[in-house]
Design a protein around this ligand. Structure first.
Ligand SMILES: Nc1ncnc2c1ncn2[C@@H]1O[C@H](COP(=O)(O)OP(=O)(O)O)[C@@H](O)[C@H]1O
Ligand SMILES: [Mg+2]
Length: 263
């Protein structure tokens, strides 16, 4: 195993192979929250659906290079980094081209380490690097988990919330053993919490019972404003700073900083 070191404060992958659990929403709003709190943050979109890219207001033609070229074409990551409308928040965009990358990567030497290599070569330092993962456990997610120091797992407060979690945890353990011994599970984030339903409370109880301190205290509520913000290309803090969702993601960013000794 070749150890690839990066110079960044912390590299966090946001992963869960289930779609629609709040990965991209958390990547955007935690990233923006940390940047607005004075950190230098890089968000790397590794989902071919590019929700973090569009959610930050980027359309096709707004950017030159994408993560696809970093992963498959050995493009230096710096050439793909774009400033966003949020000061100190930078983005490596994704696009649908990435859909073929899982297959194109298969035949590459060190195919699991392309992102780790890319990040190690980034010329400037970021306090936090956030990797928004696709909804699968394929090679792209393996690349993200190999490049990361930590993984954050969003869990939706819904039926079947815990389904698939065993598989995810098994994959994380495999990566720790075979590719990245430094990887740790930093936290589980409960998303789309609804105060009015018994079900939400049950999921919170189950997750806290199972994960203990690993579960974040901050609960992300289900709110329409959080679902609307991406179509305006803005993090919730810019779109509607007075909303419940904005408050929740501010709290989440503060909790993240505390847990990293940066309070
Ligand atoms: N807390 C929330 N309340 C309401 N809608 C949300 C919330 N978080 C995410 N959404 C919406 O749910 C959908 C899935 O969220 P997303 O972050 O894209 O999940 P993932 O990246 O895990 O697929 C999106 O349409 C998003 O806008
Ligand atoms: Mg997503």
């Amino acid at each position: 195993m070749d150890e690839i070191n990066h110079q960044h404060g912390v590299v966090v992958a946001i992963a869960n192979q289930k779609g629609g659990v709040g990965k991209s929403t958390t990547a955007i709003n935690l990233g923006a929250g940390l940047a607005m709190g004075g950190e230098r943050v890089l968000l790397i979109d590794t989902d071919p659906q590019a929700n973090a890219t569009s959610g930050l207001g980027f359309r096709r033609g707004d950017f030159g290079h994408t993560i696809y070229e970093v992963l498959v074409g050995d493009l230096p990551i710096e050439e793909a980094i774009e400033p966003t409308r949020v000061k100190d928040l930078f983005l490596v965009p994704s696009s649908i081209d990435l859909a073929g990358a899982e297959i194109e990567l298969v035949s590459r030497f060190s195919r699991e380490r392309q992102l780790a290599r890319g990040l190690a070569g980034a010329p400037s330092r970021y306090d936090t690097v956030i990797i928004d993962c696709p909804p699968s456990l394929g090679l792209i997610t393996v690349n993200a988990l190999s490049a990361a120091d930590e993984v954050l797992i969003p869990i939706q407060c819904e039926y079947y919330a815990l389904e698939g979690l065993t598989q995810l945890l098994k994959n994380i353990a495999l990566i720790q053993t075979n590719l990245n011994p430094r990887l740790k599970i930093e936290g589980v984030i409960l998303t789309m919490y609804s105060r009015r339903t018994r079900l939400s409370a049950d999921v919170v109880e189950q997750v806290r019972g199972h994960f203990g301190e690993v579960a974040y205290e901050t609960l992300i509520p289900r709110t329409v404003r959080l679902a609307e913000a991406p179509s305006y290309g803005e993090p919730i803090e810019a779109f509607d700073p007075g909303s419940k969702g904005a408050r929740a993601y501010r709290e989440l960013a503060a909790e993240f900083r505390r847990r990293h000794g940066r309070a």
